[in-house]
Write a protein that binds this ligand. Structure first.
Ligand code: CUA
Length: 342
């Protein structure tokens, strides 16, 4: 299920492709059986342990059952008497009570150890902390120590297994319950209004990892996708430095900027260095540094941006951003301005 849903192609095919099928095909599938971060690896281990024990029980029970069915089946010439019945055998009662209790107890202990190991991990000094805010239907990422705000694509540094540099995520919701899930990095964590949850990841392989909101949260729950981009420290720091700066304003796009600043865009979006400081929608300060738009609904190209700004429901029916209905030169200039936000 995980592989099919998160491989990208089925989701993208359902909503119209917008270049996502091709892009996601380059990213390894998001299998829970291919972990690259400690919490996901611990969960993978405990899952295999539970599967091994239950599969062994299944094989023993199924073999005994099959043997009994074949060995003691009715044969021509059998008399119709019942076989001898066993009642109140203390050794048998004792065995089939204690053995399952021991098995369940072992499973409880192993699971509790894993939960504790993941949830109680201390936050080492210098660990990166990111605030994750779930919105209908996109993800806001704030890096308080770095002064960075972005959306839907979380950049984190690569963690060396010998000197880990984990990233801690503090999750909250701006509206309804969501769930943050990147299968190769960690288990799901609920994102709940008025409650702070936290989790951590320490990805040990650089690359892009696909994730998905894991809790039904309304019409576009299926299109509340996210990406985690894991980069070597130097690349991460280069990205962070570029994000910290306000965008360079391009004089050629000044009319588009005027259009942006004089429409309802500014009520919902922030672009640092302009009058726009809304928080209802994603921060657009460095919009073009992202690969996708609409929480992973389309590749971030000027052609797709034009469709999106004109009427988001064409790409994402039910999206809470209204159609701007600008048309003509204003729309072209606005998109040209957005395309300068690198
Ligand atoms: Cu957010 Cu489902």
């Amino acid at each position: 299920m995980t592989i099919a849903v998160l491989g990208g192609a089925p989701v993208a095919a359902w909503a119209g492709d917008w270049g996502m099928g091709e892009s996601n095909a380059k990213i390894p599938p998001s299998s829970i059986f291919n972990p690259v971060s400690t919490p996901a690896r611990e969960i993978d281990t405990v899952a295999f342990f539970a599967i091994a024990i239950t599969a062994t029980i299944f094989l023993i029970v199924a073999s005994l059952l099959a043997y009994s069915v074949l060995r003691f089946r009715a044969r021509p010439g059998d008399d119709s008497r019942e076989p001898a019945q066993v009642y109140g055998s203390n050794p048998i009662e004792f065995a089939w009570t204690t053995v399952p209790i021991i098995i369940v107890f072992v499973l409880i202990l192993v699971t509790a150890r894993t939960i504790y190991m993941i949830q109680a991990a201390p936050r080492p000094p210098g660990a990166l902390s990111v605030q994750v805010i779930g919105h209908q239907w996109w993800w806001e990422f704030r890096y308080p120590a770095l002064g960075i705000v972005t959306a839907n694509e979380l950049h984190v540094p690569l963690s060396d297994r010998h000197s880990p540099t984990p990233t801690f995520l503090d999750l909250e919701s701006a509206d309804v319950a969501h769930s943050f899930w990147v299968p190769r990095l960690a288990g799901k964590t609920d994102v709940i209004p008025n409650k702070k949850n936290s989790m951590w990841i320490d990805p040990q392989v650089a690359g892009t990892y696909l994730g998905q909101c894991g809790e039904y949260c309304g019409t576009e729950h299926a299109m509340m996708l996210l990406r985690v981009i894991v980069e070597p420290r130097a690349d991460f720091e280069r990205w962070a430095a570029a994000q910290k700066n306000p965008p360079v304003l391009d004089a050629a796009a000044s009319h588009g900027r005027i259009v942006f600043e004089s429409t309802a865009c500014v009520n919902c979006h922030t672009i640092r260095g302009t009058a726009a400081d809304g928080r209802f929608g994603p921060d657009l300060t460095h919009l073009m540094a992202r690969e996708t738009i609409g929480a992973g609904v389309a590749m971030n190209t000027p052609a797709h941006l034009k469709i999106w700004v004109n009427d988001p429901s064409q790409m994402k029916p039910g999206a809470l951003m209204p159609a701007m209905n600008l048309g003509g030169k204003d729309l072209d200039d606005l998109v040209a301005y957005l395309a300068t936000l690198r």
